[in-house]
Design a protein around this ligand. Structure first.
Ligand SMILES: [Zn+2]
Length: 98
């Protein structure tokens, strides 16, 4: 598919980025980390998609819970779900490209 060279955004591991997006959404990370995460998300279609999903999740959580922060249990469960779907997706890509 694409040649070598366009690997700048691969400095960050996608699953780490997706985990950190929670911090970004909560405005809990510093400016440098935020810039790095947003840079990756903007360059990485699969993370961008998940970023959108997580923004929706956060809105859903705040509507349902009436607060800014989700209960730890719910939040952790959603994180596990997202990670699982990410690794399934990555495995699928690998199978398809072979
Ligand atoms: Zn990514």
């Amino acid at each position: 598919m694409s040649g070598a060279g366009e690997s700048e955004f691969e400095n960050l591991d996608c699953s780490a980025v997706l985990a950190d997006i929670w911090l970004l959404l909560d405005n809990e990370c510093d400016a440098g980390a935020r810039e790095r995460l947003e840079g990756h998300v903007n360059a990485c279609p699969s993370c961008l998609e998940h970023y959108g999903v997580q923004q929706q999740l956060k809105e859903l959580i705040s509507r349902k819970c009436g607060g800014d922060h989700a209960p730890d249990g719910l939040r952790e469960r959603l994180r596990v779900e997202i990670r699982r779907s990410v690794s399934i997706r990555q495995t699928t890509y690998r199978v398809e490209s072979d």
